[in-house]
Write a protein that binds this ligand. Structure first.
Ligand code: TYD
Length: 217
């Protein structure tokens, strides 16, 4: 009989600009740490030295736009390295991993909003990562006007290339994330991201408890 290796849970946060993913990633890690579960916290694009280089290239604004397909391939190249160098070694060592964005961002940004067919992106993902996917994806949902206002208020020196697009793009993005959640309800949960960070964290925690902690005992 072949033994399927047990690995720790992999959680991702997804959502549009200003949805609060970075804060929620940290709050969830703190809450898990408080019950004795230390997590590896990571992010995309980035999360490994090579992927952080790709991140800098993608977000710098120095690259002339080459369209969503070229972007998708760069995000994917970074992701393969991130999984191999950071995510998988941790999961296999029994450590929980929480990532601020992962593959669903490519489906939403380059796919739903950018126009690359979903089947193409799914094929590319499968080619390089097989069936690897998060055990739980928390999608922070917010009307784009509110998210963009929040992102603007963060006072970033230069709004990055992906944030500076028009409202219709961000609305398509939101619908893209909601469609993913509707298609994979077992893996995904949509969390209403308005309200205080603590309120949103409490919503996220209820889902983590119900879907993951009840299973690990
Ligand atoms: P980041 O600073 O992480 O933005 P945020 O704070 O909104 O998470 O920058 C990541 C940007 O890259 C963000 O605008 C989303 C975009 N992105 C894609 O377009 N495709 C992807 O696959 C990923 C991972 C990110």
């Amino acid at each position: 009989m072949t033994r399927v290796p047990q690995r720790a849970p992999f959680i991702t946060f997804e959502g549009g600009e200003g949805a609060g993913k970075t804060t929620q990633t940290r709050l969830l890690a703190d809450r898990l740490a408080a019950i004795g579960i230390a997590c590896v916290v990571t992010r995309e694009p980035g999360g490994s030295p090579f992927a952080e280089e790709v991140r800098a290239l993608l977000l710098s604004g120095h690259l002339p736009p080459r369209g969503p397909m070229a972007e998708a391939l760069l995000f994917l190249a970074a992701r393969v390295d991130h999984v191999a160098e950071t995510i998988m070694p941790a999961l296999e060592a029994g450590q929980w991993v929480i990532s601020d964005r992962f593959a669903d961002s490519t489906f939403a940004y380059q796919g739903a909003a950018g126009g690359v067919p979903r089947a193409t992106l799914a094929g590319l993902h499968h080619l390089v990562l097989g069936d690897f996917r998060p055990d739980l994806t928390l999608i922070l949902d917010l009307p784009p006007e509110i998210g963009l206002a929040r992102a603007g208020a963060r006072g970033q020196s230069a709004v990055d290339r992906f944030e500076s697009r028009e409202l219709a793009y961000h609305e398509a993005l939101r619908q893209g994330f909601l469609a993913i959640a509707a298609e994979e309800p077992q893996r995904c949960a949509v969390i209403e991201a308005s309200g205080s960070p603590e309120d949103v964290a409490a919503r996220a925690w209820r889902i983590v408890e119900a879907r993951l902690l009840s299973k690990v005992g």
